[in-house]
Design a protein around this ligand. Sequence first.
Ligand code: SF4
Length: 445
Amino acid sequence: MKTLWVIFLKLLIDLNSAIGPFFNFEKDRLIVQIHKTLKGFIFKESLKKALIKKFNVSDIIIHFYSKNRKFFLEIISNYQLPQKEEVVNYLNFFISNQIYKNLTNTFTQRRIFYITKESRIPLIGSIYFGIIDRGTNLLQIRPITGCILNCPFCSVDEGPRSKTRWVDYIIEPNYLLEEIKKVIEFKKVNDIEIHLDGQGEPLTYPYLIDLIKNLSKNVNIKVISMQTNGILLNKETILKLKKAGLNRINLSLNSLDPKEAIFLSGIENYSLKNILKKIDIIKNSGMELLIAPVIIPGINEDQIEPIIKLILKKQIKSNWPVFGFQNYISYRYGRRMKAKPKSFSQFNKELRDLEKKYDVKLLLSPKDFNIYKIKSIKNPIKKGEIIDAKIVLPGRTYRNEFEREMLATAKNRLIHVINCNYKVGDIKKIQIFRNKHNINYGKII
Ligand code: SF4
């Protein structure tokens, strides 16, 4: 009997030194932590196929494994293998090209879609991400979705415990900057306010500092402000934000009772003490501050006066009002509390009384922030219109198979398509039933 000898060749690649430090494995996937917010996956099978194709090797076996906190890729073949350097170069290329296709938001653990210029997904038309122009000199900019907190009153049911949000989005910063510039050019004024907010926490956006830095170079932008729950703020970030050009932070502060603050944040390790420290750091940084509590009837109404007293005591100097109390509203796709929402006339009356008592501004109007009406970018999509639209992304809302949303595009605008059971790439006839402020909603007909 003849014995067959098969010689296996092995190539061992230390991924940490070849590619970078942020790796881990999970079953058949290589996990790459790109930023604090994003982790990407490379599937073993797709890497194997790519290596076979690239190096024209007829078959290989690949393994991921870790040893002494280092991560390795082992390639085994009974044919000749390429040079290690060539494989490392290709791995770098492959990972940087593929990684953005399979991303997870580390904070929410949801799939997150990376929106680039090449994707041809417009940045106007959706309430979830991009640019919202409500016909004033203020533009709402939403670079990312997803939140760290699980506030029980959240109007958009955000956070890791969300029951209706099933995907997130993030926009490539250069694409966002380009599109903002176009909208500002159209508006033809030189006192634009950029307000960074969103369905989630803007501070999870990994390119935030650079985005602000670049925005502040635009001579037509007068103010850059940002909404935040403050969790990700620290002294270093506050100083970086200030240096980049952020003018004002609108900070959530819903209770001065530590236990109630935890309850209202929806996370056990919420530290009121830390948030209060951050208020002092913001104040000392010279950045403007607006305290923005949500007041829920029967829950934290008793916190209005303690918050006013504390903030007045801190003597925060500002060109704008320092308080922005908000009346709790119960939304269809938001989280609802066992509380009867208060009418706005009642809420405003109570604030008016407190204004007199504390001699402080509590009732706000756009004028207080130098916001005024100007022409809005035109919406090429008309209400009632039936258009052919291409489905480009899953929507965020998923309640059940009947209440599933997709996002479609037509005429360079996004459209929220409700109750949609079609897939990405399909072209369907959609009737628009709402299009206020360029935010379009349609249904399949
Ligand atoms: S911080 Fe804002 S977005 Fe996040 S869960 Fe609370 S209310 Fe919702």
